[in-house]
Design a protein around this ligand. Structure first.
Ligand SMILES: [Zn+2]
Length: 402
């Protein structure tokens, strides 16, 4: 038998199997069932019956706009209900008085990693107001955390595309500089021109060969109409599996029969939906979407920023919130909530070699729990997080400074 670099013994896998996991070269070399002979190993870590599950997928965050790590910033309410334009203005004011992006991004990254995240998608503001300044800072941070966390970046037009002159060119440049995706923002209510907004976004995606992830807060039938348009663009460009709509609040505003219809369109078009189960907002019908075959994934979105004071970077906690807001009580439903922050997230982000399988990347989290449903409810605090088989965090503390 070959020699493994590390051997994690007495693990409990998500399906309840007792096994040991051998890691070599940052990958899972073998999964050895209880009772089978163990390989020799450079180091052996006895998990003493703890669960070993794939690293969490943070599918939507903003590394450049959080104030986590800084002094508390009280939330400023909108003058008349939720207004994206007004919130963007509050954000510009807050950011002008905040510390360097690099420091804030690092603080937020380590918070997420410490809870079990091993892969992430972050939107980064790219528009006429900040140019490429935020992106330059976040690219440097991404580089310095290589090997600790995998980060995809979305060029995100926070001030619209058509309403912020020069943004279309900046988005294109941002992708050339290293963004993995091109984003969008409320084509109807922000830019007031759905077709031209989507033309720019999908035009860059087609030209540069990158994926798309669009912020869509627009509610009701307007939001659903935009989702339908995004699906049409996706099919036209043959981009099934490469497009996501984040938030999609409108899906929560329409009756069940219309939800089923648009769910079928999303599934057929290969467009994923990201929800963070936001408080007091209508949000997508997670079970209906999953049943139709839509990939539903999740993220923290805003953490202590100009949009709301909440967020702790814990994707297991996010699974709990999704389950709570969706009325998930049965074990299979709690397992679905967990799937959203793990395997479904990996599918949405098109992560390669994800999961606890031979040949998979050795990105995993260990914690004590009876099984997945109990973990989603109990949110065990004592976790160990491994990236490529190496410990990055223990008990909520980041231990591997890059
Ligand atoms: Zn967002």
């Amino acid at each position: 038998m070959t020699v493994a670099e590390s051997l994690f013994t007495n693990a409990k896998l998500a399906d309840g199997r007792r096994a040991s996991v051998a890691v070599t070269g940052g990958r899972i070399a073998a999964i050895i069932s209880l009772g089978e002979a163990l390989p020799e190993a450079g180091e052996t870590i006895d998990l003493a019956g703890a669960m070993l599950v794939p690293g969490f997928v943070e599918g939507h965050i903003h590394l450049d706009t959080s104030f986590y790590g800084e002094a508390w910033k009280p939330h400023i309410p909108c003058t008349n209900g939720f207004d994206v334009h007004e919130r963007v203005a509050f954000q510009a004011h807050n950011l002008a008085n905040a510390g360097p992006i690099e420091t804030r991004a690092r603080d937020q990254l380590e918070l997420c990693i410490a809870s079990g995240t091993t892969s992430m998608r972050s939107h980064v503001m790219v528009d006429g107001s900040v140019g490429l300044r935020h992106l330059e800072a976040v690219l440097a941070v991404r580089e310095s955390y290589k090997g600790v966390i995998d980060i995809q970046l979305v060029a995100f037009p926070q001030n619209g595309i058509l309403s912020s002159p020069g943004t279309a060119e900046l988005l294109d440049q941002a992708v050339a500089m290293g963004c993995d995706l091109v984003g969008g923002l409320d084509p109807a209510t922000y830019d007031r021109d759905i077709e031209r907004h989507l033309e720019v976004v999908f035009g860059i995606a087609e030209k540069r060969g990158v994926d798309v992830d669009i912020h869509l807060h627009d509610g009701g039938t307007l939001g659903v109409f935009e989702i339908d348009q995004i699906c049409a663009w996706t099919r036209k460009l043959g981009m099934a599996g490469h497009v996501a709509v984040s938030h999609a609040y409108g899906l929560g505003d329409i009756p069940p029969d219309r939800q089923q219809k648009i769910a079928a369109t999303l599934a057929m078009s290969g467009v994923a939906i990201m929800t963070n189960a936001p408080g007091a907002q209508a949000f997508p019908p997670v079970a209906t979407l999953r049943q139709a075959g839509v990939t539903v994934f999740s993220g923290s979105d805003n953490i202590r920023d100009s949009w709301w004071p909440y967020g702790d970077g814990d994707m297991l906690g996010r699974a709990n919130m999704i389950g709570y807001r969706s009325g998930f009580y049965e074990d299979r439903e709690l397992e679905a909530a967990f799937d959203i922050v793990t395997a479904a997230g990996a599918r949405a982000l098109r992560l390669e070699d994800y999961g606890i399988v031979p040949g998979g990347k050795a990105d995993f989290v260990t914690f004590a729990a009876e099984h997945i449903p109990e973990a989603v409810v109990a949110l065990p605090k004592h976790r160990s997080v491994y990236k490529a088989g190496r410990l990055t965090s223990r008990d909520g503390q980041f231990v591997r400074r890059p």
